[in-house]
Design a protein around this ligand. Structure first.
Ligand SMILES: Cc1cc2nc3c(=O)[nH]c(=O)nc-3n(C[C@H](O)[C@H](O)[C@H](O)COP(=O)(O)OP(=O)(O)OC[C@H]3O[C@@H](n4cnc5c(N)ncnc54)[C@H](O)[C@@H]3O)c2cc1C
Length: 415
């Protein structure tokens, strides 16, 4: 007799789990609360879906922030090359871009979803839309089925992949986590991850919309200990800071911000040391020697930043540059190398690319992703306390955990 496997959540992890669980000995049903599959997948990578990352496996693990060791079995069972092979063998052409980020050749996330849908159809997975997991049916510590808004479904094994709590409009609203908590699982503190950050300085509003390239950011605690540093691009918003390097930094910032004050230091000229920068400023002043300070640094800073920077270094904006002293030049150099902001709070889940925290990894067998608390219940994807930086790594986690959970749940000898 075939075994019934029920997968909850038609996101990246759930779809991959259903595909992997489906074999000649299983009937697989996929439960999704939305009326379509992959609503979050659709908005990934600004609609292009950064499917995975083509770097070496040690780079993949280095980019996993929380509990990388827990993910060894999952990642090795379905690594980035296997993910790429899976999509290509199922007809989706891929391309590799800057930073080894992998995208569909068409630049459409909808093609990734279409490929998964076709694979689910080929495997005869039955999909229930607008069906919401409400509870689990347990007997002697083992799962026997689920309760949904439409009734009960019997199961020999269940895989839960209902995601975290970020971008809840896509469906991931934390209900799955609450149900697991009710049945004995503990949840590592949830936090928005890969998220913009509020800063304390009022003048941030004057910088709104300005994006900076080729800058270096550093995050320090109040004892001046360096917590994070990265080179790249960032963006000022009406409340604070965003853009690639800030989103990555937020994963580290979130872990410290509740307990200590943090500062963001921007090196606006990372290619020049202080000496070279001073010479560069002198050259600029020489070319503009009869101009006021505020009109003499157009070649050094973006226009929008100049009035804010002039205030920041505390030099009279109408001072002629040929009157600026060596001491004042030092202040300018220091401002360019260490433009500082106070980090106040992470933005909320509505703006967070991922959720940090989730089901405690100590309660999940890393070799099978079976719950150690409820037999024949498997967990996959962002709902587990694992997360990574940007670059395709979070979807890699979803594919790998979905695949391993599906394979193990579909292994009928287990029952
Ligand atoms: C704007 C944005 C851009 C991103 N871009 C990238 C990127 O380019 N590359 C990358 O690697 N990562 C990216 N991510 C992160 C990545 O999308 C997630 O890590 C990944 O989708 C997690 O997959 P998941 O299957 O675990 O959860 P989800 O994709 O959230 O899927 C969970 C599914 O479960 C369903 N569900 C929830 N509760 C219930 C319930 N009670 N009953 C039934 N169904 C339920 C939901 O409707 C949803 O369909 C991005 C995220 C966002 C928000």
């Amino acid at each position: 007799m075939k075994k019934n496997i029920v997968v909850i959540g038609g996101g990246a992890a759930g779809m991959m789990a259903a595909i992997a669980a489906s074999n000649e000995n299983t009937n697989v049903e996929l439960i999704e609360k939305n009326e379509s599959l992959g609503r979050k997948l659709f908005i990934t990578g600004k609609g292009r879906c950064n499917v995975t990352n083509a770097s070496d496996i040690d780079v993949i693990f280095n980019n996993i922030i929380s509990n990388p060791k827990f993910l060894y079995s999952a990642i090795y069972s379905f690594d980035n090359n296997m993910v790429m092979d899976f999509f290509e063998q199922n007809g989706l052409k891929l391309k590799v871009e800057r930073g080894n980020r992998v995208f569909p050749d068409s630049d459409h996330s909808s093609d990734v979803i279409k490929t998964l849908k076709n694979a689910l159809e080929d495997k005869n997975v039955k999909i229930h839309f607008k069906t919401v997991l409400k509870d689990l049916i347990l007997e002697n510590g083992s799962i026997k089925g689920i309760v949904t808004n439409k009734g009960k479904i019997k199961a020999d094994a269940v895989i839960i992949a209902t995601g975290g709590v970020s971008y809840p409009v896509t469906g991931s609203d934390g209900e799955g986590l609450n149900i697991l908590k009710k049945h004995g699982h503990s949840i590592a503190k949830l936090r928005p991850g890969l998220v913009p950050i509020n800063v304390g300085e009022e003048y941030i509003k004057d910088l709104q919309g300005l994006s900076l390239r080729n800058i270096n950011i550093s995050i320090y605690n109040k004892n001046n200990k360096l917590l994070y540093s990265e080179f790249g691009e960032m963006l000022f918003t009406h409340f604070g800071v965003s853009g690639p390097v800030i989103l990555s930094a937020s994963s580290v910032v979130g872990k410290h911000l509740n307990s200590e004050e943090l500062s963001l230091v921007i090196d606006l000229k990372p290619a020049l040391d202080e000496d070279k920068l001073d010479k560069r400023i002198l050259r600029e002043f020489e070319e503009n020697k009869n101009k006021n300070f505020i009109n003499a640094i157009n070649g050094i800073l973006p226009k929008k930043m100049i009035p804010v920077f002039v205030d920041y270094v505390g030099i009279d904006s109408y001072k002629k540059v040929n009157e600026i002293s060596k001491e004042e030049r030092k202040k300018i150099v220091n401002g360019l190398k260490n433009f500082k902001f106070t980090l106040k709070a992470l933005r909320g889940y509505n703006e967070a690319i991922i959720t940090q925290g989730g089901i405690n990894v100590k309660e999940i067998n890393p070799a099978t992703l079976e719950s150690k608390i409820i037999k024949n219940l498997y967990l996959a994807g962002e709902m587990i306390d694992v997360d990574a930086l940007t670059g395709g790594y979070n979807l890699q986690i979803a594919w790998s955990t979905g695949w391993l959970a599906g394979l193990c749940a579909g292994d009928v000898n287990e029952y």
